[in-house]
Design a protein around this ligand. Structure first.
Ligand SMILES: Cc1cc2nc3c(=O)[nH]c(=O)nc-3n(C[C@H](O)[C@H](O)[C@H](O)COP(=O)(O)O)c2cc1C
Length: 192
């Protein structure tokens, strides 16, 4: 049987190729907030392998705090130009420091500075405050942006289920569900 992670990689490659989108790898990550509501937002998909599906963020953001309480998450992607939807459920764990450092180094200096300046998910009285902070850092060179802030890293989601939907114009979408039980993936179909 085809491995669902292999399929994910093949679909992701197709999604990136000829994508009309600027943000070609955005996926929706859903967590559970402290009131029991789902909390969903887009992040940038960084890598997909048998070890996990990786995205990067602030570890002390709302999503980071939510994951520290309940690490069950969902990831959802829709790639309109090829008609593919992927839905993942799984458990998120923080990336080891070396891996977080590797992703940090892929960021531009501007993105690193912005990341240093922001306290993601915290209230902000006036958006100009952050513009001013970035400008001040650029002016006085007081920060070495290449050093990763300790509150920034990533999460690796180890999948428990992965559903692949192929959109059909007649609405008879093909839904293929892969579920992991005792280390073995099984495949079934779902009605659209
Ligand atoms: C296309 C797109 C990509 C994004 N990528 C990321 C990302 O990779 N990491 C991140 O922390 N936030 C990213 N964001 C911002 C998040 O959607 C969200 O606003 C932020 O992470 C704060 O979420 P939280 O307060 O629920 O933790 C992205 C937003 C969009 C629209």
């Amino acid at each position: 049987m085809e491995h669902p992670i292999q399929r994910f990689l093949i679909w992701w490659e197709r999604a990136i190729k000829n994508s009309p989108l600027k943000q070609k790898s955005a996926v929706c990550v859903s967590t559970i907030n402290n009131e029991g509501f789902p909390a969903a937002r887009f992040v940038d998909l960084k890598s997909v392998s048998n070890d996990g599906i990786v995205f990067c963020t602030y570890l002390d953001s709302a999503k980071g705090k939510e994951i520290s309480i309940c690490n069950k998450v969902a990831l959802t992607a829709w790639w309109d130009h090829i008609g593919y939807q992927i839905r993942v459920t799984g458990r998120a764990t923080p990336l080891p420091d070396e891996e977080a450092d590797r992703y940090w180094k892929t960021r531009t200096t501007d993105a690193q500075i912005t990341t240093h300046v922001c306290e993601q998910s915290q209230p902000l009285a006036n958006p100009n405050e952050l513009v001013d902070k970035v400008a001040a850092i650029n002016r006085d060179n007081s920060l070495n942006p290449s050093i990763r802030p300790i509150n920034w890293g990533g999460y690796s989601v180890v999948a428990h289920s992965i559903e692949f939907l192929t959109f059909k114009e007649d609405r008879l979408h093909l839904r293929e569900l892969f579920t992991l039980n005792d280390g073995v993936w099984t495949k079934s179909f779902l009605q659209p």
